[in-house]
Design a protein around this ligand. Structure first.
Ligand code: M6R
Length: 596
């Protein structure tokens, strides 16, 4: 989603802001812009397309000043265009915005009636003109902000600059992330820590319903009631090196390949003590266990559902956060709600978590992004510790989420009295996973050949049974988002209840077939597909005549979310690359989905 950056300091602002935008590119966007307070007032430059295009424009016609704001836009109100790109200007102010103003239409109608004119289709310009109208009345930035936030409905993080106060940046947060950092010479604010890291590792995170006024080396924080508040900086543990491609052509390939190392870090110090550093008290609830998440994080939770059920007979419900947040439910202090999110900023997951918390349930977040909104909102947080995931398609976060959930499952099984030998045997198996992954990744060449054979197809089925089924679901999601091919996943027993009617020689199926009792049943389903001229790519340790074969190592089927997922991720990567797609920033997608 949109990225915002602001700078005030002793440097020329444009290169700093461009570097900040480059660091936010991974979030996904369709246009970019910058506004700088120059000696002749605020000057802005905007482009449809990438930050590189903005940089070219700034090279042709530099805009010089030491305070400014910048933006990458992911269109919500109005199509991607220069007209709708941020920053917006009005009177002496310029604004950038991440989020959605839900009551923009009513506000805009009122402002038009009052004689104000608009130049874009965005909700952001409505917020700016509303602010300017309030400033005209109050002649005070602080008072105008306090009145503005009373009028706005929705989620937002704004950065505002003002020609009359040329070194000042104002940041306002309600529902979308905003962080600000400071060193001796510079103040830099952004929607994402990543944009700050080349300046400082000490960051001030704003809570919802807070704003800051910064400039000339000072940052003052306020709440929406107008009170001045204190804010203690946090030392950030990420570093910039982790955010580089490390010799790989794409972040995605790097992140797929670094899964063994990432998993080693996620598991470090946590397997033997079953997460006791993070979860100090008994976690087994008397009541329900519910996982809430979106996308890949949701798919990771599905693996947990299967695993804990096999391990201890416990039933877990997995809900899309976007549905859960609006459904009636019977949560109480006896319920455990686990929210999963790589970014820690997914709007639906955050709201679903808050809903669960408000109903009294105990909440645990499994999150990657340090000090993110979801991490801060949950009662207890388990960090993935896998370093930044930059490619929009999630890979290493998936395997880390499943691993941490497996530990949660073992912890619950142990608290419910499972035999120590059984738990210890699982701990040992989990410890071996990174090595199994490394061995596989070193010998995964056949996947690229299979991608070369199939990358021009338009449709794919993915099928699986048992724990192979949620793995196949995640495989299908990867193919869709990266290659833009239609990919649908079914529990293979369902094929004959409808989907098999689509099978012909042009509609291939990827069958995820780890060992175990259900594999023979899946093989029968594969035969039914082949009998109807369907091509099948079999991902298994056991071959079946007439299928293209992705050979897997002999492992326990319950480890397939860590190992069988690898060729599925690679297949999607190679197919997308062969098709010439933007692998790290697939069209229409964003890394951090901060709108509903
Ligand atoms: O940051 P989150 O884990 O909360 O993100 C959830 C989804 O938006 C995310 O997994 C999305 O589906 C990815 N593009 C999948 O690769």
């Amino acid at each position: 989603m949109c990225g915002i950056v602001g700078y005030s300091g002793k440097k020329n602002a444009a290169p700093v802001l461009l570097e900040g935008l480059r660091r936010l590119e991974y979030r996904g966007y369709d246009s970019a812009g910058i506004a700088i307070n120059t000696k002749k007032g605020i000057r802005s430059v905007k482009v449809k397309g990438k930050v590189a295009g903005l940089e070219e424009k700034l090279l042709e016609k530099p805009v010089v000043g030491s305070c400014g704001i910048a933006h990458t836009r992911w269109a919500t109100h109005g199509k991607p265009s220069v007209r709708n790109a941020h920053p917006f200007r009005y009177n002496s102010f310029a604004i950038v915005h991440n989020g959605i103003i839900e009551n923009w239409k009513t506000l805009k109608d009122d402002l038009i009636k009052a004689g104000y004119n608009f130049t874009s289709d965005t909700d952001t310009e409505v917020a700016l003109i509303c602010f300017c109208a309030l400033f005209e009345k109050t002649q005070s930035i602080g008072k105008a902000i306090l009145q503005l936030v009373k009028m706005l409905k929705g989620a937002y993080a704004f950065l505002i600059i003002d020609e009359q106060n040329p070194s000042t940046i104002i940041g306002v947060k309600n529902g979308n992330p905003l962080v600000v950092g400071k060193n001796a010479d510079d103040i830099i604010a952004a929607s994402d820590l990543t944009a700050l890291l080349s300046f400082t590792n000490r960051a001030f995170f704003l809570e919802d319903r807070q704003f800051f006024v910064a400039g000339d080396g000072n940052i003052d924080f306020y709440n929406f009631e107008g009170g001045k508040i204190s804010n203690t900086p946090v030392d950030v543990k990420w570093n910039q090196e982790e955010a580089k491609k490390g010799g790989y052509k794409h972040y995605l390939l790097k992140e797929i390949m670094e899964q063994p190392a990432a998993l080693t870090r996620a598991l470090a110090g946590r397997v033997d003590n079953l997460l006791f550093d993070e979860l100090k008290n008994r976690i087994t609830p008397k009541g329900r266990i519910i996982c809430i998440a979106c996308g890949t994080s949701y798919n990771a939770a599905l693996c947990f559902k299967y695993f804990i059920n096999m391990l201890s007979g416990v039933s877990v419900t997995v809900e899309f956060a976007s549905e859960f947040r609006y459904q009636p439910h019977d949560l109480s202090a006896d319920s455990l709600v686990i929210a999963l999110s790589q970014s820690g900023e997914t709007s639906d997951t955050k709201e679903a978590l808050l809903r669960a918390k408000n109903s009294g349930a105990h909440t645990i977040a499994i999150v990657n992004s340090w000090e993110s909104s979801i991490a801060r909102a949950a009662d207890e947080t388990i960090y993935m510790n896998i370093g930044q995931e930059i490619s929009v398609a999630s890979t290493k976060a998936y395997t880390a989420e499943v691993a941490l959930l497996y530990l949660v499952a073992l912890r619950i099984a142990s608290e419910r009295g499972a035999a120590a030998e059984k738990i210890d045997a699982w701990k040992q198996k989990i410890k071996e996973v990174p090595k199994i992954q490394s061995n596989y990744l070193e010998n995964s060449g056949s996947v690229e050949d299979i991608a070369k054979k199939y990358y021009k197809k338009k449709n794919f089925f993915y099928i699986g049974r048992g724990i192979g089924y949620p793995v196949a679901i995640e495989g299908a999601l990867k193919l869709k988002e990266l290659s833009y091919m239609h990919a649908e996943c079914y529990a293979s027993g369902e094929m004959k209840h409808g989907p098999i009617s689509l099978i012909d020689s042009e509609f291939p199926t990827i069958a995820v077939a780890p060992p175990g009792g259900l594999r023979d049943k899946l093989f029968s389903n594969v035969s039914e597909i082949k009998s109807r001229m369907g091509q099948v790519i079999l991902v298994s340790d056991s071959m079946l005549a007439g299928c293209d074969f992705i050979k897997m190592p002999k492992i326990d089927a319950w480890l397939s979310p860590f190992v069988y997922i690898l060729p599925l991720q690679l297949f999607s990567y190679y197919a997308a690359n062969l098709l010439g797609n933007d692998v790290d920033q697939p069209r229409n997608l964003a890394k951090s989905v901060t709108v509903e």
